[in-house]
Design a protein around this ligand. Structure first.
Ligand SMILES: Nc1ncnc2c1ncn2[C@@H]1O[C@H](COP(=O)(O)OP(=O)(O)OP(=O)(O)O)[C@@H](O)[C@H]1O
Length: 355
């Protein structure tokens, strides 16, 4: 007999919140319950200060659900949200508590790689930039926060689930000199993930603070395209030292890129510059240069917005084959012409003390 959602909820109602009283279903702690093909998934959304007490409750909930007829597997994700802030203490002579975005311990700088529109090559740029910075001798981390299409595991050639030996912290993956963590490694491949706001914030915060990044000179964050929850959460939680905006030269892409620049400006995040990707195409057969998506659009837009243009990256088959094959072009052909734009950006950022 297949397990039903009602039967699972009934089982969860037998588990009480810490200290007794009401049950976890009535308390609204059980979220995003999904029961399909005998697999039960849900989120326990709890206040940060109660997270420890919920450790045993999570175990009890798992055991109770496993006893339900037809349940083959149970996956519970616990997300901790901060409690409501206490009212401000207006007594004179008190030192102000830190407020707003905070630096992440051990990470000297954070650079966000963003794009207004999807598919413009933001992840390709992030992967190449991270590897190029590592080649410059920087200690580099790459956080793939593209919840809608995490592609860094494929681009950096890593797979498998990150280990968590102590159950509290997560060991990142490492390849090509870059320490990497991806939201894609925390979910099942091919699984369409519908993220709710609080789940997203929990996952992002976990990846920033619970991953053992070690000491880093710079953490590159590959953001999802657009101007949504992830961008806002990231800039509100962590001190972002700068954003790099990737765009193709087409008008539609530029329009969205402008929105991205505006958003970072509103969040007081410095814009380090724009990168024009798929700028020009040189035919590998005859050497003829074509401007597939137009040319020069980003340089003009960057000038209009008073933002530096960091590089123009060609549309090139080698770049795609390298990125999709698990070793970015700056790793496979560091001296080739296709890698030079990325390496130039890395050097510029290092020289400017930005990476
Ligand atoms: N300069 C380039 N030359 C050739 N192919 C490229 C180039 N840049 C990116 N690509 C290819 O285009 C595709 C999309 O690139 P990528 O995944 O980096 O885009 P994205 O902006 O991160 O997309 P998404 O919005 O889905 O996250 C990939 O297959 C990638 O290999």
């Amino acid at each position: 007999m297949a397990a039903t959602r009602d039967a699972v909820l009934e089982a969860l109602k037998s588990i009480h919140v810490p200290g007794g009283g009401t049950d976890i279903v009535a308390a609204g702690v059980v979220r995003a319950l999904d029961v399909s093909d005998g697999v039960v998934r849900f989120v326990l959304e709890v206040a940060a200060q109660e997270a420890e007490a919920y450790g045993t409750i999570k175990d009890a909930a798992e055991a109770a659900v496993k006893r339900v007829d037809g349940v083959a597997a149970v996956s519970i994700v616990m997300t901790a949200h901060a409690a409501k802030a206490p009212p401000p203490d207006l007594k004179p002579g008190r030192r102000a508590e830190p407020d707003g975005p905070q630096p992440v311990p051990g990470i000297a700088r954070i650079i966000a790689v963003a794009s207004g529109k999807g598919g413009v090559g933001k992840s390709t740029v992030a992967a190449n930039l991270a590897c190029a910075l590592a080649a410059e001798g920087r200690r580099v981390g790459l956080l793939d926060a593209d919840v809608y299409g995490p592609s860094q595991p494929r681009m950096l050639g890593v797979s498998g689930r990150p280990a968590s030996p102590d159950g509290k912290t997560i060991l990142p993956m490492r390849n090509h000199g870059v320490t990497m963590m991806s939201i894609g490694l925390m979910t099942n491949e091919d699984q369409a993930v519908v993220w709710r706001g609080p789940m997203l914030m929990g996952a992002l915060q976990q990846m920033l603070t619970q991953v053992q990044w070690g000491a880093l000179d710079v953490l590159i964050v590959d953001l999802p395209p657009g101007t949504g929850d992830v961008q806002l959460t990231l800039c509100q939680k962590a001190k972002i030292d700068g954003a790099v905006i990737v765009s193709t030269p087409q008008d539609v892409a530029l329009l969205d890129a402008r929105k991205g620049v505006d958003m970072f400006r509103q969040l007081n995040t410095p814009i380090l510059g724009m990168i024009e990707n798929m700028s020009t195409h040189i035919c590998s057969q005859c050497g003829h240069e074509e401007h597939v998506f137009g040319h020069g659009g980003v340089v003009a837009e960057a000038a209009k917005m008073g933002v530096p243009l960091l590089a123009e990256i060609p549309l090139d088959l080698q770049i795609r084959l390298a990125a999709d094959g698990g070793a970015p072009i700056v790793v496979t052909q560091p001296d080739g012409p296709q890698a030079q734009g990325f390496r130039h950006v890395a050097r510029q950022l290092v020289e400017a003390g930005q990476a």
